[in-house]
Design a protein around this ligand. Structure first.
Ligand code: WT7
Length: 628
């Protein structure tokens, strides 16, 4: 039985409209506060008075809400199930065990004088210690910044220096898909460029890794001596909780800052509304903690709700394409939440990998990260869910902290491919390119007109960039960067990014970042990068490259450029296609016409629209001739 049936959801929506402050303050009551807030949101999106605050006079500690608070009722309940790369070799931690591990970690950090406001970089596999490290930071008031283990040492170094981290927590090595990931070696590389005084190394494989005396400490060597109790810091609601770097349309990745109270309320609330956890549920969100989905729906949301959450350290195709469903059966997973890219990749391998497992424990399916095409939705529903369980398609962003547009199972009728409707309290609108609000069934750019507790508060170290990025395209509104269609029933259908962000397998790649990596190569004169539709990844990276005069665009050069991008950013950003061209299409004022490049990347041979503003219209013919 849904705890939020149509009547409850309607009541929430009504209260959100008639008494917003009461509505938001009521949501905060689901947490334990040292000092409960008396104020809900206080915000303005206007330049002269720009500010966003939630529950500003409240005080709390998020690790207490995830752990201490659960001990009495469910200290012996499993909090985290570590599902290792090699099936069946993981382990489980109860709430008491993860509480103790967190306290140990917190005490270790404190022994290095790390405390309130200090930044700690986490570069780890999906092991319980990664959650403990995050929770330990929250406990002592340090600000964590998790960097996905697939990012290169170069990217890690950039993040460490941007937030001026005072410590890195890592593991000796990671293991994914049967392959070793040299995490500690990567950290050593990064620390050459951006040194920190302390590096904590957790044992995952136990293989030998170099340790630097005075800087590196092996967690297993000090763990036993660390106390399993640690007094939590009393944090203000608006104290920063974490920084998570994400790619935008311009420049380097932005440090998205989330604060404690508002993020906690919205993560806890949306987890409850959307997944409606029951005591016996086994919840599996397949995301890595290096992404916002892992923060909100692997660690914080489930633990605040006293749920059992799986940390999956593997990949969908190892040891074979049945991995997800074998694991579902073995662990008795009841709620399964993954990305459309994984669904598409598995659909391609045939139904047999799915149907040979029972999957009867599943009662709810979810998707996140990119638009799900109705065909993949249909397969997910019919084959994985056996046509008997609802699907929640949750739209949100790193910036929104937790889901904003999503069905509530049991009360929102589903439509394949639509994230359905904004959650109670969320005000979404569509605008045209001039910012005029569009009514009814229409396509436009997706904006939010009012704030919500989980909204990001700033870009680390660059508040102006925060305002400029999100609040200047359409004055007085938060612009998501997404295009969207609304149908006659008021359902939202996200069509994808309308800015220069490329959504590769549900992860954001900034075209400017890839371009700057390419042009840093000595052979490259100029580069322009766009996204193009890709069967499995959703979108993939297509790079147009002009080499220096006299250089030839051979396959060897192609490989070298791909290597360059992997080195500078990580494998995720590596171009799928590199198209050498003698010139890029530019306007007379020198602006690259990406519209034309997108068309060419999509495979079009005509229909380029008005090309009369090009400085040299013959460039288009040269581009077409040079296509691979
Ligand atoms: C972008 C945000 C939300 C956590 C994972 C990605 C796209 C996200 C959906 C969805 C259509 C979606 C949007 C958004 N997106 N969820 N259910 N349907 N598109 O977080 O890396 O910050 O990316 O992902 O384009 O803007 P992110």
């Amino acid at each position: 039985m849904a705890r939020y049936g149509p009547a409850e959801v309607e009541a929430l929506r009504q209260q959100a409209e008639s008494d917003p402050d009461g509505f938001w303050l009521d949501l905060a009551k689901r947490l334990d506060w040292y000092r409960p807030p008396t104020k809900a949101g206080d915000w303005s999106y206007n330049e002269d008075d720009f500010h966003i605050e939630w529950y500003a006079d409240g005080q709390l500690n998020l690790s207490v809400n995830c752990l201490d608070r659960q001990l009495d009722a469910r200290g012996d309940k499993v909090a985290l199930i570590f599902e290792a790369d090699e099936p069946g070799t993981g382990r489980s931690l109860t709430y008491r065990e993860i509480y103790e591990e967190t306290c140990r970690f917190a005490n270790l950090l404190k022994s290095y004088d790390i405390g309130r406001g200090d930044r700690v970089m986490i570069y780890m596999p999906m092991i319980p210690e990664a959650a403990a490290a995050m929770l330990a930071c929250a406990r002592i008031g340090a600000v964590h910044s998790v960097c996905f283990g697939g990012f290169s040492p170069e990217s890690l170094a950039g993040r460490i220096s941007d937030c001026d981290a005072c410590a890195v927590i890592t593991a000796d090595e990671g293991v994914r898909g049967g392959k070793i990931i040299p995490l500690k070696l990567n950290v050593d590389e990064a620390l050459k460029e951006s040194p920190v005084p302390t590096c904590i190394v957790v044992t995952r494989t136990g293989n030998d890794v170099p340790m630097t005396e005075g800087r590196d400490v092996l967690y297993s060597a000090v763990r036993e001596a660390l106390s399993t109790e640690c007094e939590p810091e009393v944090m203000n609601a608006e104290d920063p909780l974490f920084i998570l770097y994400t790619s935008g349309s311009t420049g380097k990745p932005k440090g998205v800052v989330h604060t404690t109270g508002g993020y906690a309320v919205w993560a806890a609330t949306t987890f409850d509304w959307i997944f409606q956890p029951q005591a016996s549920d086994i919840f599996w969100c397949t995301a890595d903690v290096g992404w916002i989905t892992g923060h909100t729906y692997v660690v914080y949301g489930p633990l605040m709700n006293g749920a059992t959450s799986i940390m999956f350290d593997g990949v969908p195709n190892y040891p074979d394409f049945g991995r997800f469903w074998e694991t579902v059966d073995r662990l008795g997973v009841t709620i399964f939440y993954t990305a459309p890219t994984a669904i598409r990749a598995l659909e391609r391998e045939g139904d047999d990998w799915v149907t040979r497992y029972s999957r009867e424990s599943i009662r709810l399916l979810g998707t996140v990260g990119e638009p799900i095409n109705p065909d993949a939705w249909e397969w997910y529903w019919r084959v994985v869910g056996g046509g008997r369980v609802p699907i929640v398609d949750t739209w949100w962003q790193t910036e929104t902290g937790a889901a904003l547009i999503s069905p509530l199972p049991g009360s929102t009728p589903m439509k394949p491919g639509s994230a359905t409707q904004p959650l109670p309290g969320i005000h979404a609108i569509l605008v045209d390119e001039h910012g005029k609000e569009l009514e009814g069934a229409v396509s436009g750019n997706l904006c939010l007109t009012t704030s919500w507790p989980g909204q990001m508060r700033t870009v680390w170290g660059d508040h102006k960039r925060f305002f400029d990025t999100y609040f200047t395209t359409y004055r007085g509104r938060y612009f998501t960067g997404d295009g969207c269609r609304r149908d006659e029933d008021g359902y939202y259908w996200i069509t994808g990014r309308v800015d220069d962000v490329i959504n590769v397998s549900g992860h954001r790649v900034g075209s400017a970042e890839v371009e700057s990596s390419l042009v840093s190569h000595p052979l490259v004169a100029e580069a322009a990068v766009v996204g193009y539709p890709h069967d499995i990844k959703g979108s993939a990276v297509y790079a147009f490259v002009t080499l220096n005069a006299g250089e030839e665009g051979t396959d060897a050069v192609r490989q070298e450029l791909i290597k360059e991008v992997r080195h500078d950013i990580g494998g995720l950003a590596a171009p799928e296609k590199i198209h050498f061209t003698p010139a890029l299409p530019k306007t007379r004022s020198g602006k690259i016409m990406r519209r034309i490049l997108r068309k060419i990347a999509e495979g079009a041979t005509d229909g380029f629209g008005d090309t009369s503003t090009l400085a040299d219209p013959s460039v288009v013919d040269a581009l077409l001739a040079g296509r691979q």
